[in-house]
Design a protein around this ligand. Structure first.
Ligand SMILES: Cc1cc2nc3c(=O)[nH]c(=O)nc-3n(C[C@H](O)[C@H](O)[C@H](O)COP(=O)(O)OP(=O)(O)OC[C@H]3O[C@@H](n4cnc5c(N)ncnc54)[C@H](O)[C@@H]3O)c2cc1C
Length: 480
């Protein structure tokens, strides 16, 4: 099958999946006023494959059949694959008009992690199943959500110590051909508008927690899957000034598995507790770098927005504003430099033959980006002034009786008239002062792992003995 078109992707989502939003079941996710934001963001992935200017980046060849497939399914069995992926994800985010399409990123990070981990397990059956699954998705040009995070209940307790067994997804029954799973995965991006869902454990497990050591992939319309989506913002936006590119973004869901039957050929781990953490770890090795890759175009754009706002307010030469510019430049360029540093040292992940960006630097890049984002936003908010949150809406601007008041009161510096200044402020409102922005701040901290997750990885990956040896040399110590 050839690469799908945007319409074929949309059509594929009308498959009887069980999705709820604001308490109501959704008949067609492509038409829901909130979920449509995500669908139309995902659509860019399919547009890219058919855009002659993007094909070099977005399209590759299936190594066996020679047919065209999405570059997301490229097998990263060479060091160059890391830079190629960085380019793909960053370009997709820019092409997606400011949001990453995200309907293949997490899924292919998971397929790569499953390939590497099943190889480490030495389990040929699982390896063959993952390989068949990769081919199935690539050759049918499918989109895949990744479900890693369980609801987790009391964080200080392990899965089998929890009050409810459903705080972690688990196997509740098994037949010769199927496993039956129950439990809930949380915060799953794009699951309402992906074709498939890939599930892995989120943490280490003890030997007596075999039923939680489960990895599999199934279609999103499999009976027993219930998705409860959280609205972010509406596709049709009446309040903000229209922009050439509509606003983009994603929708997360709480994904409930209520006695869901999974065919065994789609099961990639079933009871191997000793590999649960390795799989979660492998996923982060691939996915944390994806996170950094797609954030860069977003923060570049936000930096430019802050600078234009300063122009429109006539403050761009003030010394404190120059200092803010320097802070923003330092933030965006350091994040980029860290990403480049991670690319420059590709690692053969645990000798699996699959290459990832340097794990220590990739984790530092994500931590640096996430822990400085709020200050970066604070600076943009500072440049905007109070109009950021008190500005009249586009509906006021369209009212012929009100517009003259706005025209004569809300112009700015550097030749910005009221309309141009309000357009900027309106976009800034969306980016740094709206409900969407609240989502973005939290997404920055938690999505792709909270601060502690990156710090834990840094502790594991940093060459601490090398640091200590340097100090030992200085004092002539051999004490280990
Ligand atoms: C916008 C968004 C999109 C996301 N998309 C996806 C997705 O597509 N797929 C997916 O699988 N996940 C997704 N996530 C989930 C994300 O990976 C998690 O939010 C993140 O790993 C944190 O987990 P949590 O939300 O359960 O918070 P918690 O883990 O509960 O973190 C809250 C605080 O508790 C601390 N904490 C947690 N456990 C312990 C402990 N045992 N001891 C001490 N302190 C602890 C943390 O360090 C943190 O400070 C998404 C999240 C967001 C916000």
């Amino acid at each position: 099958m050839a690469l799908r078109t945007a319409d074929e992707y949309r059509k594929g989502l009308r498959d009887g999946r069980k999705v709820f939003i604001l308490g109501n079941q959704v008949d067609d996710v492509t038409e829901d006023p909130f979920i449509k934001v995500g669908v139309e963001t995902g659509v860019f992935d399919f547009k890219m494959g058919h855009d002659p200017e993007m094909r070099d980046i977005a399209v590759t060849k299936d190594r066996e059949t020679g047919e065209e497939i999405s570059t997301y399914f490229d097998i990263p069995d060479n060091p160059e694959a890391v830079a190629k992926r960085f380019n793909l994800v960053g370009t997709a985010c820019t092409y997606g008009e400011g949001a990453i399409p995200f309907v293949k990123d997490v899924g292919t990070d998971l397929i790569n992690a499953l390939t590497a981990t099943t190889a480490l397990m030495g389990n040929k059956t699982y390896q063959d199943r993952v390989d068949a699954y990769r081919k199935h998705c690539a050759r049918n040009d499918l989109s895949m959500a990744g479900a890693v995070t369980d609801t987790k209940g009391d964080r200080s307790k392990s899965p089998c110590e929890q009050d409810s067994p459903d705080y972690y997804l688990r196997v509740v029954d098994e037949t010769e051909d199927e496993i039956i799973v129950s439990g809930t995965k949380a915060h799953i991006t794009a699951s309402a508008y992906c074709d498939e869902i890939i599930v892995i454990p989120t943490r280490n497990l003890s030997e007596d927690e075999k039923e939680y050591a489960i990895a599999f992939a199934i279609p999103m319309n499999t009976p027993g899957i219930v998705q409860i989506c959280r609205p972010n913002f509406r596709y049709e936006d009446k309040y903000h000034f229209p922009t050439p590119a509509p606003r983009r973004g994603h929708v997360e869901a709480l994904v409930v598995f209520d006695n869901v039957r999974v065919p065994k050929e789609r099961v990639f781990m079933n009871g191997e507790t000793q590999f649960a953490q390795a799989l979660a770890y492998a996923f982060t090795a691939f996915h944390r770098f994806t996170a950094v890759s797609y954030k860069i175009p977003i923060i570049e754009r936000m930096t430019g927005l802050g600078m234009l706002i300063a122009d429109a307010n006539g403050i761009e030469t003030a010394s404190h504003v120059r200092e803010i510019f320097n802070n923003m430049i330092k933030y965006v360029e350091t994040t980029k430099a860290l990403a480049q540093a991670a690319i420059s040292k590709p690692e053969n992940f645990l000798n699996s033959g699959y290459y990832v960006a340097d794990r220590l630097t990739a984790n530092i890049a994500k931590l640096f980006f996430a822990s400085n984002f709020h200050e970066f936003v604070r600076d943009i908010q500072d440049l905007c002034g109070g109009l950021l949150v008190t500005q009249p809406t586009y509906q006021d601007w369209q009212n012929k009786d009100l517009r003259p008041y706005l025209e004569k009161s809300l112009g700015g510096g550097n030749g910005y008239n009221a309309e141009e200044r309000l357009k900027l402020m309106s976009y800034a409102h969306h980016m740094v002062a709206s409900d969407f922005h609240g989502w973005h701040e939290v997404c920055t901290i938690h999505a792709e792992g909270s601060f502690a997750a990156q710090k834990m990885m840094m502790g594991l990956e940093a060459p601490m003995e090398m640091y200590k040896d340097k100090a030992r040399e200085m004092i002539g110590s051999t004490k280990k």
